[in-house]
Design a protein around this ligand. Sequence first.
Ligand SMILES: Nc1ncnc2c1ncn2[C@@H]1O[C@H](COP(=O)(O)OP(=O)(O)O)[C@@H](O)[C@H]1O
Ligand SMILES: Nc1ncnc2c1ncn2[C@@H]1O[C@H](COP(=O)(O)OP(=O)(O)O)[C@@H](O)[C@H]1O
Ligand code: SF4
Ligand SMILES: [Mg+2]
Ligand SMILES: [Mg+2]
Lengths: 267, 267
Amino acid sequence: MKLAVYGKGGIGKSTTSCNISVALAKRGKKVLQIGCDPKHDSTFTLTGFLIPTIIDTLQAKDYHYEDVWPEDVIYKGYGGVDCVEAGGPPAGAGCGGYVVGETVKLLKELNAFDEYDVILFDVLGDVVCGGFAAPLNYADYCMIVTDNGFDALFAANRIAASVREKARTHPLRLAGLIGNRTSKRDLIEKYVESVPMPVLEVLPLIEDIRVSRVKGKTLFEMAEKDPSLNYVCDYYLNIADQILARPEGVVPNDSPDRDLFALLSDF
Amino acid sequence: MKLAVYGKGGIGKSTTSCNISVALAKRGKKVLQIGCDPKHDSTFTLTGFLIPTIIDTLQAKDYHYEDVWPEDVIYKGYGGVDCVEAGGPPAGAGCGGYVVGETVKLLKELNAFDEYDVILFDVLGDVVCGGFAAPLNYADYCMIVTDNGFDALFAANRIAASVREKARTHPLRLAGLIGNRTSKRDLIEKYVESVPMPVLEVLPLIEDIRVSRVKGKTLFEMAEKDPSLNYVCDYYLNIADQILARPEGVVPNDSPDRDLFALLSDF
Ligand SMILES: Nc1ncnc2c1ncn2[C@@H]1O[C@H](COP(=O)(O)OP(=O)(O)O)[C@@H](O)[C@H]1O
Ligand SMILES: Nc1ncnc2c1ncn2[C@@H]1O[C@H](COP(=O)(O)OP(=O)(O)O)[C@@H](O)[C@H]1O
Ligand code: SF4
Ligand SMILES: [Mg+2]
Ligand SMILES: [Mg+2]
């Protein structure tokens, strides 16, 4: 099963992805997480450090694929989750799509693309052009991380539109929204009323989650020493369990942009 | 003179751009603002509504450039500023670079690209791939809008790297940073210490600026009825005056990503 987690930059995609990956591993799955964000810090709380990107490694090897070994690009993270950072296009040049394409190609050459129960792509969702939509070509489900604000929901709608576009030619479904860092849900509710899709979970702002990034640890690792954090892990286990149940998912009917402005913004 | 305003999504690029455009017009310049963000609301506070995007218009005319008149795509905004929305690539397909390229091509065909004293491109800066770097090909100066947080400064560094890349083949300089919605400057100061560049202005979070978007008006238009807002307009006039003075600018020496994480984030 392949998952793609999208959302606006800074919304909590990577934090959420790392914890979902560990939750899936807790359910006995062999998981690979692939970061697809120019910020290339997707797997930081799984490994505790910034792993080199695929492009870094390929450049160091002068693009000789035959000289690249799995351990050059796949790093072991917490909970048995394997980690890869695709990174982003070089600044001012190149294309996000090329980077994702190269990453998948290399993993296939290393026979590392089909040996996992779950592969999770963590993807920047601010643009969702042809390039950044590339992970959707491989995904069975897309999950969108959003808060209760206009900008993140506008990005969510473009992501939903991309899923609809790709679902015409790929077996892709939208599993739903993950609300994050918010206790309010009024705009999220308004949005899903006009563009029906499941809301898998809504996580409030939790200081321990913010701290997890400073510590370079997932909530699961922190909960080993502080069991009072188990309630936070339950959010992520709940998401993992819903995905493992192979939900129907939806082919969303995104809202026209103008309607979205009228619906969600205080214009 | 051509300007490119970049920054992370939601940082305040469009609000800042519209007010800078009016400030330049107050100084007697004929200004065109071109929005280059999939959110296509760049010129909203200049016009008070969402103008159709270039791609919308071209599609409506079946891409017959000869049937497109200037008034189909160029809308009159407040203070005599003309407005164009390039928009973004269709969700899940296409390329941000194509949209910008088509926009400039069309404006040149309409003899509208060289009749302005200033053209200001308002560009989404989360990715700065080859596509979203396209406006830098036309710009004399780039300005980067940031707050005092890690994500926006990480984006700023990638934008600076793109300017350095483009400055090798174009007469482009980085005019500097515009801090926005922040009263703290410690991370901004840390960043410019390691990557020297001017800080043109720092605007705190001002409720009237947030409200300006709700009202669909620039601060200049609001100050007509409420002169106590003149102090806010002064921030933008200060930026405009610095740019009109044709500063030296810099070819920034962006920081390697890993250093940036060590420098700015609380990892
Ligand atoms: N529910 C939450 N509560 C508090 N902080 C959060 C939460 N989710 C994410 N964060 C924090 O938000 C910041 C951005 O998260 P990150 O996962 O890096 O975002 P993205 O991958 O979308 O850019 C991090 O500092 C992270 O710790
Ligand atoms: N200095 C400021 N103080 C308060 N609110 C601001 C300020 N600058 C921008 N905003 C608000 O921030 C939001 C995002 O601004 P916008 O210009 O649309 O961002 P961008 O174009 O970068 O996506 C808007 O609601 C705007 O009114
Ligand atoms: S397809 Fe997307 S990532 Fe690739 S160059 Fe174009 S805008 Fe950039
Ligand atoms: Mg991330
Ligand atoms: Mg904008």
